[in-house]
Ligand binder design. Sequence first.
Ligand SMILES: Nc1ncnc2c1ncn2[C@@H]1O[C@H](COP(=O)(O)OP(=O)(O)OP(=O)(O)O)[C@@H](O)[C@H]1O
Ligand SMILES: [Mg+2]
Length: 245
Amino acid sequence: METPVIELKNISLTAQNMTIVQNVQLSIKDGQTAAFVGPSGGGKSTLLKLAAGLIVPTGGEAYYRGQAISTMNRQSNLNFRRKTAFVFQDSALWANQSLRQILELPLKIHFPRMTEKQRTARIVEVCAEAGYRRELDIRPSQLSMGEQKLIAFARALVCDPDLLFLDEWTESLDDASARRLINAVKKRQQAGSTIVFVSHNFMVIKELAQRICMIMDGRLSMEISGKEIAQNEALAQMVQKGIAL
Ligand SMILES: Nc1ncnc2c1ncn2[C@@H]1O[C@H](COP(=O)(O)OP(=O)(O)OP(=O)(O)O)[C@@H](O)[C@H]1O
Ligand SMILES: [Mg+2]
């Protein structure tokens, strides 16, 4: 049997005596796109971070291609990070760095032999793909929330990852900008990347997700396929209502 790209085995997170994620079992195969949907505060962002190994679980484990993420050695972890990218719900850009420095850092870490000229060319390319056209020698505080999203997305693409975690990455964007980011994700989908995303936008979910995982009260309460949503109006309405709760 094919080893999943990401596997969550009975994963839980308890913080400050509160259970945020509870016994989630989920495996995501190579090339699949899965969406986490559900009400605000339900645990979607936390689960996404657990799946990406950004938070160490208090119960269970997250695996990347069969390897437990929390106990990976340095080399395996570097390899995992090189192939993975994460867009945070709040963009999470470094406040004290310029946009250029923010975009350069992953390249400096993962492609240390790249020349400055090559790095600049790559940064220009991903900014164009994300639709960011303003200058790069400014800090995140000088950007609108939407522009911060574009830079966060450009940073995610800069090392050409094949596993993308995207948390509400089209929120606070105008329609044309959101469309550009959706198309960029579609392109990666078609090239075989694995994508796990969180969205409250039913149109985005319908267009991209092959699997829809409803997350409520920290649990995986239901899973539906994209096909079922396309064919079953009642189910589509239910997911849409769940998203709007
Ligand atoms: N480190 C933490 N310590 C304590 N509580 C936390 C922590 N991280 C998240 N929470 C809480 O866990 C719950 C789930 O948060 P999470 O951000 O995962 O929800 P979400 O489904 O992504 O919500 P939204 O749709 O609003 O983004 C919230 O009640 C949040 O306050
Ligand atoms: Mg969230």
